[in-house]
Ligand binder design. Sequence first.
Ligand code: 5GP
Ligand code: ZN
Length: 113
Amino acid sequence: MSDCLFCRIVSRQIPSQIVFEDDLALVFQDLNPQAPTHVLIIPKKHIPSLADAAEEDAALLGHLQRVAGRFAREHSLEKGFRVVTNSGRGAGQSVDHLHYHLLGGRAMTWPPG
Ligand code: 5GP
Ligand code: ZN
């Protein structure tokens, strides 16, 4: 989608600090990090939110989680990390392209705010 911020990051129309890429996924640094490690893991396919993911996206969703686990292993997050997606404005979603925040490098509290 040409008017979607994260689609524009995928197509390099908007610059970002990309840390991993494959055919299906992109991982890049969050512009406003909330932890020493804070990256966004997104599908290259435009899916507005988790609530919009379809049955045909099941393998893609699984792939994104494996990308998250591998990123954590390769970036010394053995003390722990958190993967979260905000779905909908009420949950704090501000960009309407599915993304998982991966946060690490500090202690996490529960419940999240
Ligand atoms: P949400 O609020 O939708 O869960 O998360 C959106 C995230 O995207 C926020 O953490 C915000 O800092 C990040 N973000 C917004 N605009 C940009 C951008 O242009 N580049 C990058 N790298 N991150 C962005
Ligand atoms: Zn998009």
